[in-house]
Design a protein around this ligand. Structure first.
Ligand code: NDP
Ligand code: MG
Length: 390
């Protein structure tokens, strides 16, 4: 297997899973449970879900367990606690691969630390790249770490590119399911309820990314993620709505040939691929792909008028500097307010737009400046109120 060290005496690669109790984390443990000869679980971390973490630790016997913000007494005294636990897990000497499946900008420092320590980072935490893309690439260069995307669209693009150079690529085409409001009229979307936003048509995921998929903020984060990962300018990265989520993304080459990567919508495939890239190993976890049962694959243009968050995010990406970090922080805060009932669905892009107007032009070259900007954008979105018409 290229690029990943095997520890002496044990040829299995060690995997640290940050965010093991979440949607990606539990899918990763499903995958690893089927691959006991190829991988061992080196470390597990959760935020506060100590009960599930305890079950996972009992089954996979990692050498390190971290509970970042333990709730009450459920935490084992042997576990590491606090944000430093995340960094410790990300830099464990017995971990060759670090799966970052933490949600939000809270994952950035662990990505930087793991890459700085020369690890392969299987990156689900796309917010790391949106907030600190330049820092992440620099940490990989300095530390000799390797970044492999877990996000299904970016895994698809990586597989379609197959190592071909950027000058052979005409366009990246990211697919989007369109979310639960794909066919709703714009006026109805503005008043969508939480239970509607949480009903994703094709994927089962954590709450934050599920709301991001309903606003299309997730696709904006993914366009920025693709720009950072693959180094293509924004005018060569496009989004198309593909409601079946079978084609995970496409690459158009300069000779007109278009390659796509297909499969059922399950994160288990891109998670395993991020562990083994560029190699492949057998996995009997999923039924064979059946094109006839899959049926018709359809495509639609994005309705930018109904989903303004996508345009806001792409514009922030194009603006560069601190703007993507402001977009991300304001979005995280606006989604948290929608989840706790203090913001309407249609107000999410307004709160983000207001934060970008106020703070998007702020430069943020280093980690400290990014942290300050992140905090300011969160405060702005938290305090944002709709204008009262008199
Ligand atoms: P979940 O909310 O399901 O899980 C998040 C995980 O991170 C949990 O283990 C949680 O612990 C932990 N966590 C939450 N906050 C913090 C924090 N501040 N510090 C440390 N750990 C924390 O999210 P998902 O699994 O859905 O998503 C994880 C990441 O993967 C996101 O960046 C998302 O965009 C990305 N992604 C997800 C996909 C999916 O299918 N779910 C697809 C592609 C990308 P606890 O359970 O204890 O709260
Ligand atoms: Mg995705």
């Amino acid at each position: 297997m290229s690029g990943v060290r095997a520890p002496t005496g044990d040829r299995r690669r060690g995997v640290a899973i940050l965010g093991s109790t979440g949607s990606i984390g539990t899918s990763a443990l499903q995958v690893l449970g089927r691959q006991p000869d190829a991988f061992r679980v080196a470390a597990l971390t959760a935020h506060g879900n100590a009960a599930l973490l305890r079950e996972q630790a009992a089954r996979f016997a990692p050498t390190f367990v971290g509970c970042v913000a333990p709730n009450g007494s459920a935490c084992d005294p042997a576990w590491a606690t606090g944000p430093a636990a995340l960094i410790a897990a990300a830099t464990r000497p017995d971990a060759d691969i670090v799966l970052n499946a933490v949600v939000g900008a809270a994952g950035l420092d662990a990505t930087l630390a793991a890459l700085g320590a020369g690890k392969r980072v299987a990156l689900a935490n796309k917010e790391s790249l949106v907030v600190g893309g330049g820092l992440v690439l620099e940490a990989a260069r300095r530390g000799g770490g390797e970044l492999v995307p877990v996000d299904s669209e970016h895994s698809a693009i990586l597989q379609c590119l197959a190592g071909r150079p950027g000058h052979e690529v005409r366009r990246l085409i990211l697919t989007a399911s369109g979310g639960p409001f794909r066919a709703w009229p714009a006026e109805r979307i503005a008043d969508a309820r939480l239970e509607d936003a949480l009903k994703h048509p094709t994927w089962t995921m954590g709450r934050k990314i599920t709301v991001d998929s309903a606003t299309l903020a997730n696709k904006a984060l993914e366009v920025i993620e693709a720009h950072v990962l693959f180094g293509l300018p924004y005018d060569r990265i496009e989004v198309v709505v593909h409601p079946q989520s079978i084609i995970h993304s496409m690459v158009e080459f300069v000779d007109g040939s278009v390659l796509a990567q297909l499969g059922q919508p399950t994160m288990e495939v891109p998670i395993l691929y991020a562990f083994t890239h560029p190699d492949r190993i057998p996995d009997a976890g999923l039924p064979p792909f059946d094109p006839v049962r899959t049926g018709a694959l359809t495509f639609e243009a994005v309705r930018h008028d109904a989903f303004p968050t996508l345009g806001l995010g792409i514009a922030a990406g194009r603006q560069g500097g601190g703007a993507p970090a402001v977009f991300n922080a304001a979005n995280e805060e606006a989604v948290a307010r929608f989840l706790d009932g203090t913001l309407r669905f249609g107000e999410i892009p307004k709160a983000i737009g207001s934060a970008l107007d106020a703070l998007g032009g702020t430069p943020a070259a280093d980690r400290a400046a990014l942290g300050a900007l992140d905090a300011a954008a969160r405060a702005h979105a938290r305090n944002w109120r709709p204008a009262v018409l008199v």
